[in-house]
Design a protein around this ligand. Structure first.
Ligand code: GAL
Length: 378
């Protein structure tokens, strides 16, 4: 009997030790997973599946080499958004030097969506080729039958070769595409960029696709939104029904406004976007926009951050990466941003902040510590 009691106490103590650790968010602080290691999923994308949250992100290693893909895309799961279980590496880089996905390439901002018809999990990411800096500007595709992987790499490419955006006027199609004839930056260059200078330059070979997000609408249609035209203009591209390709239908949005790090969510039939400006790993003022359709037109709403001058200039020292709709709560959305630490990328941290609505605009305020009851009070 004593043995049984001792065993019960031991297993209860074990259970308590393993029990959920977090009951709230501590934005920007070290965030331990179930293995007591800081979560390693940067430029994250979130998928809700069977009432669980999944967090996919760039798995970084220590040191500057960690800015390149040495391991692949990591994945975590959670039931409550506070406590995350490390589910391992969803997409691994390859050892084969002939693979485009070879170790040392760049994989950024991976996003995963689920296709109801094919029952496949579809991952798209920003892909740069090994030893070629950021010049390839491709989008990559990998798929899996299991949400946590392993994902099989399918292809990478520059989208829309030989296809004009649906909102690009015929009158502009024959203008010059000679980027080098402009002084950069200059007002003339800026005007030409707005009117599609880089779009025309890349028309034959395919468009640039860097920072990206995916958005699946209520009707099951999926959109791939990415920084194109040398990061000057966003492209919103419709995916095919199986989500494994671009349908060819796409628009240019917020022309020449230099948006990166797009994240989209839908509320009351309207589409909202958070994004950043263009300063590499350094933070800059956040931006927001609204539209009646994912393909636009989008109307800029300005900086979504409310706070001190420094907070507003830096998006609370972060760059947007995703917006998570909270399961079971109406109109509850969480902004997710990265605090990049390029000298030692593995140290990068995350900020989760509740999205508030004021005068029909989404806004963010800093909170050192908060939990999901926030959405009940507001
Ligand atoms: C940022 C971008 C990141 C990464 C970085 C590289 O602007 O959002 O995803 O590409 O530049 O400098």
């Amino acid at each position: 009997m004593k043995k049984i009691i001792a065993l019960t106490i031991l297993s209860l103590t074990f259970l308590l030790a393993c029990q959920m650790k977090y009951q709230s968010f501590f934005p920007g602080q070290v965030w331990l997973d179930d293995q007591n290691t800081h979560i390693n999923a940067h430029g994250g994308g979130f998928l809700i599946h069977n009432d669980n949250y999944y967090w996919f992100g760039e798995h970084k290693i220590a040191g500057e080499e960690g800015n390149k893909a040495q391991v692949g895309v990591g994945v975590y799961s959670s039931k409550d958004l506070y406590n995350w279980k490390n589910e391992g590496i969803a997409l691994e880089v390859h050892d084969d030097p002939n693979s485009l996905l070879v170790k040392g390439c760049i994989i950024e901002r991976p996003k995963v969506i689920y296709n109801e018809k094919t029952k496949k999990f579809v991952m798209w990411f920003h892909h740069e080729l090994k030893d070629r800096g950021y010049e390839a500007a491709m989008t990559g595709l990998a798929i899996s039958d299991n949400i946590t992987g392993p994902y099989t790499y399918i292809k990478s490419f520059n989208p829309h070769a030989g296809i004009w955006p649906t909102n690009y006027p015929d009158s502009l199609k024959s203008l010059s595409a000679d980027v080098d004839s402009y002084v950069r930056p200059s007002p003339e260059w800026k005007d030409a960029v707005r009117l599609g200078l880089y779009l025309r330059r890349d028309f034959e070979k395919g468009q640039m696709a860097r920072d990206m997000t995916l958005f699946v609408d209520d009707d099951g249609k999926a959109y791939h939104v990415h920084s194109s035209e040398n990061n000057q203009t966003l492209h919103v591209a419709e995916l095919t029904d199986d989500y494994m390709d671009f349908s060819g239908n796409y628009t240019r949005v917020l022309h020449g406004e230099q948006n990166e790090a797009p994240a989209i969510f839908k509320k009351d039939g309207k589409y909202y976007m958070f994004s950043s400006g263009l300063t590499g790993w350094k933070p800059n003022p956040g931006k927001s926009a609204v539209a009646d359709h994912p393909m636009g037109p989008w109307t800029a709403l300005g900086n979504m951050c409310i706070g001190t001058e420094d907070e507003m200039k830096t998006t609370f020292w972060s760059q947007s990466t995703a917006v998570i709709p909270v399961i079971g709560k109406k109109d509850a959305f969480i902004f997710v941003g990265d605090r990049w630490t390029p000298d030692n990328p593995i140290d990068g941290s995350y900020i989760f902040l509740p999205v508030e609505f004021e005068e029909q605009k989404p806004v963010l305020r800093w909170r050192d510590n908060w939990d999901l009851t926030f959405f009940e009070k507001n």
